[in-house]
Ligand binder design. Structure first.
Ligand code: MG
Length: 298
């Protein structure tokens, strides 16, 4: 069985004869998928092995960057540049077209960040990222160290050179994504993972000036946690979970699941029409074709 249909509406979004296909395996904790449509390839992290992988339908699997400073989440800015969270260097970077690295943020209030986890770029160019403790909690996904800043969500403005705290009431902010119109920001709090509780996604109203308000509970993922997620063009959230990928309607209802045989960490849309869902799941990369397009740029 590939799909678990909770709400009949889910049938609109899936193709019943589309498999959940394993594309590559051999990783220790695959994370942070990002699609490069202009290169027809996917990049993703293999965090404990300190490398960024590249997969494409034409070329298959290769190492994009070794010694990747234990990179986790990735996205692209509006110029198509790779923006990366690096556990090991405790920073967010941008890879320029010539391959050089620009540091977007590595400290706040004069102290190092914890371990930036996931990142999204708004259409105005601002870079929003979460900074929980997972990359400094052990030597597995980075370098064990003490936390010197609160576990918060930041907004960096590379043009202005500013870094601001935008959410400070979470235990461990993790995945994040904007709604298609950018009126809403969804952020996962996975801070209860050590108590074996399910984790939840919160949603915030986002003003055109970037201010957040009215933070509220959106959905509790069960089983597992919302480590990472992306939205489709209807505003549904496709989130990681213990048993696969869960599809959550904009009103917070669980519509259905894409069942994956390994614990899922994160997803992203890709393919010719952004209708393919790429899934990083523990040791492997999977793909399933959907009957819906993702919010994915470019
Ligand atoms: Mg994450």
């Amino acid at each position: 069985m590939t799909f678990d249909i909770i709400d009949p509406l889910f049938n609109r979004y899936i193709l019943h004869n589309a498999p959940v296909k394993k594309l590559a395996t051999g990783f220790d904790w695959a994370e942070g998928p990002v699609w490069f449509g202009d290169h027809s390839c996917l990049l993703f992290s293999d965090i404990p092995n300190n490398r960024i992988m590249r997969w494409s339908p034409e070329d298959g699997l290769s190492v994009f960057r070794a010694d990747a400073r234990y990179a986790n989440g990735h996205t692209r800015d509006r110029q198509g540049r790779l923006v990366s969270c690096e556990h090991g260097a405790r920073r967010v970077t941008r890879t320029e077209a010539d391959g050089s690295i620009t540091v977007i943020a590595d400290s706040y209030d004069g102290r190092p960040l914890n371990s930036p986890n996931d990142v999204v770029v708004k259409s105005d160019g601002t870079i929003w990222f979460t900074d929980p403790h997972y990359g400094i909690g052990s030597d597995y996904e980075g370098f064990k160290a003490e936390s010197e800043n609160p576990l918060v969500v930041y907004r960096a403005d590379p043009e202005a050179g500013t870094l601001e705290v935008v959410i400070d009431d979470m235990k461990a902010p993790n995945g994040l994504a904007f709604s298609p119109d950018e009126d809403l920001l969804y952020v996962a709090d996975t801070g209860r993972m050590y108590e074996n509780d399910p984790s939840h996604i919160r949603v915030y109203d986002c003003g055109s000036d970037g201010t957040l308000s009215n933070g509220r509970h959106f959905h509790t993922v069960d089983p597992g946690k919302a480590d990472g997620f992306r939205l489709d063009t209807d505003g549904n959230i496709w989130t990681s979970a213990e048993d696969g990928v869960h599809c959550i309607a904009p009103d917070g209802r669980l519509l259905g699941k894409v069942l994956v045989p390994e614990k899922v960490s994160n997803v992203c849309f890709g393919g010719r029409a952004k209708h393919e869902l790429y899934v990083t799941a523990t040791t492997s990369l999977y793909r399933v074709t959907l009957n819906r397009r993702g919010v994915q740029w470019p």
